[in-house]
Design a protein around this ligand. Structure first.
Ligand code: S3P
Length: 425
C-alpha cells in the first residue's frame, strides 16, 4: 500500500465493533443456554478465528454480517474438535479459549500463525495449572501449539504478575467450571469486558479495586449483545485528525469503558481538541461520539496504571508524539514487546526510517517531537496496529510511504483504508 501526504481529514466515521467484546460474545454465547444475538460484531480475521474454533466444537453460529447468532450449547455442551483449533493471529482466542478448554471432557490442540507461535503462553499455563489444568506447550517452549487435556478444576486466588486481561480472563473462564471461588488480583486494572459480560450472562462476580472474585456457574443465560465501536480502531482517526492540518472528524458510537479510555486522557494531556458526547451504550459498556480537530500538541509522560488502558494505542500515540512540541516519554510498557510484533522495536525502527527523533527504552520509548517526517518503506511485520499507525504517519509525511504487509489490517479493521480515503482531502 502506497500512502501520500493529504491536505486534511474531515467527516464522520463509524468504526467496526470492539474486538475484545466480539471475541467474548462468541465464547459466552457458545457456553450459554439459548441464542445470543450479537449486533455490531467485528468481522475481522481475529474474531472470525473465534467463530471457527467454536464452530469446530459443535456450536452452530450463523454469521449474517452485522448480526451474528450463536446457538449456545450450555456450559457442558462443547464437542471434541475433529482437528487442531486454529486461532490464526489471535492472542485473545488462544488465551481465553484455553481457560475454557482446560475444563472440557476432551483433549484439544490449539495453534495459530507464526506470530502466535512466538507469543508467551506460560502466563496462562501457570495459573491454569494451579487450578489443576493439564496444559502443555507441544515443543516445550511455553508457546503454542498447546495441548490441553480437559479435566476438573479447582478455584484459586491468582496474584497475576502482569496487568493482562487475557491472563485474567483465561483464569475467569476456567473459574466458571471450578469447584469453588476463583479470584485474580492484577498489578493494575486491565480491560474488564469479561467481568461486565459475565455479570450480564448471570455469573456471580464482583470487582473490588484490582481484584475480581467469582463463583462457578451452573448455567449461563443467553442475551442480546450490542457491540460498541472499538476505541482502538477509533484511535487512528483521533490521532490523524489531531495531527493533520485542516481536519475535523467525528467518530460515532465508540466504547469508552474507563479501562480502555487512556487515549482520551493522553489527548487531553497533550492539549488535543477533543470532545466527547456520551451516547446510550449497552451491556454495561458506555459509548460516545468523539470529535477531534487539528490541534497544537505538547509532549507528556505516559506511565503507571494508565498503560493497560491504552496498551494497544501506543503505536498510534508514538505518531501523535512526533507532531507534539517537546518530549514524550512512554514507560512501564514492556508488554509491548510481546504483542503481535515487538511493538517497541518496530515502532522505533520505522519512525527512525521516517526521520523521527525517537529512542527505544527497556519499557517504552522517548520521542522528541517536531522533526518533519519523510516517506519511507515501512515493514508492518504483519501487525495490524503497526500498519494503521504508519498509514496515519505517511499521510503527514513528505513524499511517499510504502507499507509492507498492509493487508494485515484485516485482523481488526478490514475497511480501514477505504474509510481513511473517504475522509481524506
Ligand atoms: C485483549 C487484551 C490485551 C490487548 C489485546 C486484547 C483482550 O492483551 O492487547 O489486543 O481482549 O483481552 P493483554 O491482556 O495481553 O494485555
Amino acid at each position: 500500500m502506497i500512502i501520500n501526504k493529504i491536505n486534511g481529514l474531515s467527516g464522520e466515521v463509524t468504526v467496526p465493533g470492539d474486538k475484545s467484546i466480539s471475541h467474548r460474545s462468541i465464547m459466552l454465547g457458545s457456553l450459554a443456554k439459548g441464542t445470543t444475538e450479537v449486533k455490531g460484531f467485528l468481522q475481522g480475521a481475529d474474531c472470525l478465528s473465534s467463530i471457527s474454533c467454536f464452530s469446530k466444537m459443535g456450536v452452530e453460529i450463523e454469521n449474517k454480517g452485522d448480526i451474528v447468532l450463536i446457538h449456545g450449547r450450555g456450559l457442558r455442551g462443547l464437542k471434541e474438535p475433529a482437528s487442531t483449533l486454529d486461532v490464526g493471529n489471535s492472542g485473545t482466542t488462544t488465551r481465553l479459549m484455553s481457560g475454557i478448554l482446560a475444563a472440557q471432557n476432551f483433549t484439544s490442540r490449539v495453534t495459530g500463525d507464526a506470530s502466535i507461535q512466538k507469543r508467551p503462553m506460560k502466563r496462562i499455563i501457570t495459573p491454569l495449572s494451579m487450578m489443576g489444568a493439564d496444559i502443555k506447550s507441544e515443543f516445550g517452549n511455553d508457546c503454542a501449539p498447546l495441548i490441553i487435556n480437559g479435566t476438573s478444576l479447582r478455584g484459586i486466588h491468582y496474584d497475576s504478575p502482569v496487568a493482562s486481561a487475557q491472563v485474567k480472563s483465561a483464569v475467569l473462564f476456567a473459574g466458571l467450571y471450578a469447584d469453588g471461588e476463583t479470584s485474580v488480583t492484577e498489578p493494575a486494572v486491565s480491560r474488564n469486558h469479561t467481568e461486565l459480560m459475565f455479570e450480564e450472562y448471570g455469573v456471580d462476580i464482583k470487582c473490588e479495586g484490582k481484584t475480581v472474585v467469582m463463583k462457578p456457574a451452573d448455567e449461563l443465560h443467553a442475551r442480546k449483545v450490542i457491540v460498541p465501536g472499538d476505541i482502538s480502531s477509533a484511535t487512528y482517526f483521533i490521532v490523524a485528525a489531531a495531527i493533520t492540518p485542516n481536519s475535523c472528524v467525528t467518530i460515532r458510537n465508540v466504547g469508552i469503558n474507563p479501562t480502555r479510555d487512556g487515549i482520551i486522557e493522553v489527548c487531553r494531556m497533550m492539549g488535543a481538541n477533543i470532545t466527547i458526547e456520551k451516547t446510550s451504550g449497552d451491556i454495561g459498556e458506555p459509548t460516545a461520539d468523539i470529535t477531534v480537530s487539528t490541534s497544537s500538541l505538547k509532549g507528556c509522560t505516559i506511565g503507571g496504571d494508565i498503560i493497560p488502558t491504552l496498551i494497544d494505542e501506543i503505536p498510534a500515540i508514538a505518531i501523535l508524539a512526533c507532531f507534539a512540541d517537546g518530549e514524550t516519554i512512554i514507560k512501564d510498557a514492556q508488554e509491548l514487546k510481546v504483542k503481535e510484533s515487538n511493538r517497541i522495536d518496530v515502532v522505533v525502527n520505522n519512525l527512525k526510517a521516517m526521520g523521527a527523533d525517537i529512542e527505544a527504552t527497556d519499557d517504552g520509548m522517548i520521542i522528541s517531537g517536531g522533526k518533519v517526517l519523510h516517506g519511507a518503506v515501512i515493514d508492518s511485520k504483519l501487525d495490524h496496529r503497526i500498519a494503521m499507525s504508519f498509514a496515519i504517519a505517511g499521510m503527514n509525511a513528505d513524499g511517499e510511504t510504502e507499507i509492507l504487509g498492509s493487508e494485515c489490517v484485516d485482523i481488526s479493521y478490514p475497511e480501514f483504508y477505504n474509510d481513511i480515503k473517504r475522509l481524506s482531502k
